[in-house]
Write a protein of this length. Structure first.
Length: 148
């Protein structure tokens, strides 16, 4: 599965990109994120690895590993997310549209194995919708923070 989502954020590219990769703020705009544990390196630097734990459903959790493949900030930040049966390359690009607006664009490439192939087929439409929801949550967070 391969798709791209985007949003425009009021703000200068350097500030928007820096806020996007600031792990300390992620729980503020990703409400299902429970914790981040840095395993090696120094995020958002290339090669850094972290373990992210998300709430799933009423009582469940999902733990995934994040590896930073490319850290060319403020232009782009590419990471790989892995959880059993899922390999997701997430390429995020930041483009200054005008003096006050930054485009945040994410291309996601998913590869599913085992049972997750079935999940990928059954829920294919929900993946882009969740990505767009997350980008919009970031936009609202970034703009509220800038106006405070």
């Amino acid at each position: 599965m391969d798709y791209t989502c985007s949003t425009t954020v009021t703000g200068e590219r350097d500030a928007v990109a820096a806020l996007f990769v600031d792990y300390a703020t992620w729980v503020e705009w990703q409400p299902s994120l429970l914790s981040i544990e840095v395993l090696e390196g120094a995020p958002p630097a290339q090669g850094a690895r972290s373990q992210l734990t998300f709430r799933r459903g009423k009582n469940g959790t999902m733990v995934m590993t994040e590896t930073v493949e490319v850290s060319a900030l403020p232009e782009r930040w590419n990471v790989v997310y892995e959880v059993a049966g899922v390999h997701n390359v997430c390429e995020t690009r930041f483009e200054q549209m005008d003096a006050h607006t930054t485009l945040v664009e994410q291309r996601n490439l998913f590869r599913f194995t085992g049972f997750m192939r079935v999940v990928g087929v059954l829920f294919a439409r929900s993946f882009p919708a969740e990505t767009q929801k997350s980008l919009e949550a970031f936009r609202h967070f970034a703009e509220a923070r800038a106006s405070a």
